[in-house]
Design a protein around this ligand. Structure first.
Ligand code: NAP
Length: 290
């Protein structure tokens, strides 16, 4: 731990709840490893108190703030500036101190991209199945379209929500890169290739660890990789089914690591090497198993 003194800077997390967060493990270990006089603490913000929290954080000279559920969109009106990517996604998870207030960033999506790179999973030229059409899936669809995916098939229980995402991205890209299907209609996808599937629904999350959004083995036989954004548990049923069909399987814990790493880089101006990130990842694994 850093020895706190009069020069110590504070960063923190605002959300509700924040009690199970891994972010202090990420940032306090990075601070020690990079010799930064910085301490990171969680702040539980009650409903209706978000504006007070952002103003208070600025008034108390906080260097940076992470924002989690349920405030990632609600925080935007209280910022003095917003990064173009965060603006387009409509969600901010990192606030960086500026002269007159905080600037908002989204490090979840660059974090996912960096995690996928580390896991050896390519997006460029891939035909990708995206399961889900919630807040995270919408941002992931944009990320995939911006990073050279050839085709994105969004499969969701509520197809209207998936169609709204497809319309938005197709009109932005002036193409038909995104197509929508019902969850049960995977057999209608071209069968002449294997797919990367990204699992962005909440199905299979702790405590309902025995569920997968699609259970049919025929679906998993269509995949070369199953990438689940869920990180609790570390091996989801979706991953197990993908692996049983001979595909690679990954979880979302490295995405969580790298959204934090990128936030830390924004706050401190220091680059975090992959080697250091992996050391912090080991600490996260130990904390999860503690
Ligand atoms: P969300 O907006 O609530 O969306 C939930 C999605 O799950 C929707 O597509 C919903 O379908 C689907 N769904 C829920 N229950 C279902 C069921 N019983 N059957 C079929 N589909 C179901 O959630 P979100 O904020 O996008 O988060 C999605 C996931 O991302 C969560 O599991 C979260 O853990 C993960 N995540 C990971 C990280 C990370 O750092 N690794 C960061 C953020 C989020 P409908 O549209 O039909 O309701």
């Amino acid at each position: 731990m850093i020895e706190i003194n009069g020069y110590s800077r504070t960063c923190g997390l605002i959300g509700n709840p924040v009690e199970h967060t891994m972010s202090p493990v990420i940032h306090n270990n990075l601070a020690v490893a990079t010799n930064e006089n910085l301490v990171y603490v969680p702040f539980h913000v009650e409903t209706g108190r978000l504006e007070d929290a952002v103003k208070g954080a600025f008034g108390l000279n906080l260097l940076g703030v992470n924002v989690t559920v349920p405030y990632k969109s609600d925080v935007i009106p209280f910022l003095t500036d917003i990064d173009p990517l965060a603006k387009r996604i409509g969600a901010v998870n990192t606030l960086v101190r500026m002269e007159n207030g905080f600037k908002g960033y989204n490090t979840d999506m660059p974090g996912l991209l960096r995690a996928m790179k580390k896991d050896g999973v390519e997006v460029k030229d891939e035909h990708i199945i995206l399961l889900g059409a919630g807040g995270v899936a919408r941002a992931v669809a944009m990320l995939l379209a911006d990073n050279g995916a050839s085709k994105i098939y969004i499969l969701n229980r509520t197809t209207d929500k998936a169609q709204a995402i497809a319309d938005e991205i197709n009109s932005y890209k002036c193409s038909d890169i995104v197509e929508v299907k019902k969850l049960s209609d995977y057999s209608l996808l071209p069968q002449d290739r294997k797919y990367l599937a990204i699992q962005a629904t909440s199905v299979g999350m702790y405590p309902k660890v025995d569920e997968a959004v699609i259970e049919d083995v025929a679906f998993y036989n269509m995949l070369h990789t199953g990438y689940d954004l869920i990180f609790n548990p570390l091996e989801t049923k979706f991953m197990k089914l993908a692996k049983q069909s001979g595909a690679k399987g990954f979880h979302g814990y490295r995405m969580l690591l790298y959204q934090g790493v990128i936030a830390y880089e924004l706050w401190t101006g220091k680059d975090v090497t992959d080697e250091l990130a992996e050391q912090v990842y080991e600490k996260m694994l130990a904390a999860m198993n503690a």
